[in-house]
Design a protein. Structure first.
Length: 143
């Protein structure tokens, strides 16, 4: 059983204000009752307040996978440039936006060109590759 991810940021916001949302209490009570072992219960409780937990995990992995596809040649530069900025907009993490902030501008510049030569494509891929490593390290992603 898992928390409703869609509500997690709302829960955290309210908890930071010192409010305990009734929805959260109800969800925790339900999920807690569904667990069969004390070990599972402790794991669930440990999630609350753990700053190492990234609740945007699915969106983070979509960005990572797209960047990795570009770097490994499985995705074309123009395809990446069309898709990636929207994927990044779906993330609600200021630190990740800070790490990847240049990519949307690079994508816009790439899309504005009428033709792309191989050196421009290579420079674009190398630039994204450098940020991919920083992003991967920050999010503790293991291949």
């Amino acid at each position: 059983m898992e928390f409703d991810i869609a509500l997690m940021n709302e829960y955290i916001k309210e908890l930071c204000k010192g409010h305990i949302p009734q929805k959260l209490v109800d969800e925790v009570e339900f999920l807690y009752g569904e667990l069969t072992s004390a070990k599972d219960r402790l794991k669930m409780i440990d999630l609350v307040g753990n700053t190492n937990i990234l609740f945007d995990y699915a969106e983070i992995m979509e960005c990572y996978d797209l960047m990795k596809s570009l770097v490994t040649g499985k995705c074309e530069c123009l395809e990446f440039a069309k898709i990636f900025p929207n994927k990044l907009d779906n993330l609600d993490d200021d630190d990740i936006h800070e790490i990847l902030k240049e990519i949307p501008e690079w994508c816009a510049n790439l899309l504005s060109q009428e033709t792309l030569d191989s050196s421009e494509k290579e420079r674009f891929v190398k630039s994204v590759e450098k940020l991919l490593e920083e992003f991967k390290g920050f999010c503790a992603i293991e291949d």
